[in-house]
Design a protein around this ligand. Structure first.
Ligand code: C5P
Length: 237
């Protein structure tokens, strides 16, 4: 499937149209951003690692009956996906306190959260993705009540499936962000699942193995992503 026009260039991925109006190509770039895109660096191999990581995770989720937009891995940096009508609200599941939750509530990093928290953020770079809640989503018409319920249900199911997958490989799935869209009226998981959009700690020493290595200048960012990929069984080469 050939890439045609560039439709959208995000912070880490570029979206292209194809000859089929229902299909898109996502290109994973090496760009790595933090602080709402104010800091951007190129990390060699990142596009390839995240593309293959994402395909691996989405395939696992599909086998567990989570609908995803993935059709086929096209190349090291490209994947063919269904074109979704994206919902402008990000879903975050938190199993442990970290990141913005720690800053907002002054909690100790690593505090176990049972049951896991479900947060919603509006996708809006200019407003720094503000936190919102269900009634905002309904009142402002970002998503219907029924679709939001489905997003929540799917997010918790993803947490069960991936929490186990990472636990079996020796990692704690601390938190993660999901984005959904609509395809023929159905809520479908879109965007990506990679160490850019989740927190993973090594169970042995609580080492950060995700984008916090970049955010906090801990070094060896892609080496950590590759280590996670290797331990969960993603084939990179
Ligand atoms: O920043 P915060 O602690 O709320 O992030 C929670 C989780 O969601 C983290 O795993 C982070 O990487 C992810 N996230 C993301 N994209 C955003 C905001 C958060 O991938 N725009």
């Amino acid at each position: 499937m050939q890439k045609l026009a560039e439709l959208y260039r995000g912070k880490a991925k570029t979206v292209y149209s194809t000859e089929n109006p229902d299909l898109l190509v996502l290109e994973f770039r090496n760009d790595t951003s933090a602080m709402d895109g104010q800091r951007i660096e190129q990390l060699a191999r990142k596009g390839m690692v995240n593309n293959k990581f994402n395909c691996f995770i989405m395939d696992k989720l599909e086998t567990k009956k989570i609908p995803t937009q993935i059709k086929k891995l096209l190349s090291d940096n490209e994947v063919l996906v269904k074109k979704l009508d994206m919902i402008p609200v990000e879903c975050v599941i938190r199993n442990r306190a970290a990141g913005s939750l720690v800053r907002r509530l002054g909690l100790e990093e690593g505090l176990e959260l049972k049951p896991a928290l479900f947060d919603l953020f509006l996708k809006n770079d200019a407003m720094h993705d503000p936190m919102v809640n269900e009634s905002y989503c309904i009142t402002f018409g970002w998503v219907s009540k029924e679709h939001l319920e489905r997003m929540k249900e799917l997010s918790y199911r993803v947490n069960d499936i991936l929490g186990k997958l990472f636990d079996d490989a020796g990692f704690i799935l601390v938190d993660f962000k999901l984005e959904f869209g609509l395809f023929e009226g159905e809520v479908v998981l879109g965007d990506e699942f990679s160490p850019d959009g989740c927190r993973l700690w090594d169970k042995k020493n609580l080492a950060k193995m995700d984008k916090d290595r970049f955010r906090q200048n801990l070094g060896n960012v892609i080496e950590a992503y590759e280590e996670v990929a290797r331990r969960i069984g993603v084939k990179l080469d």
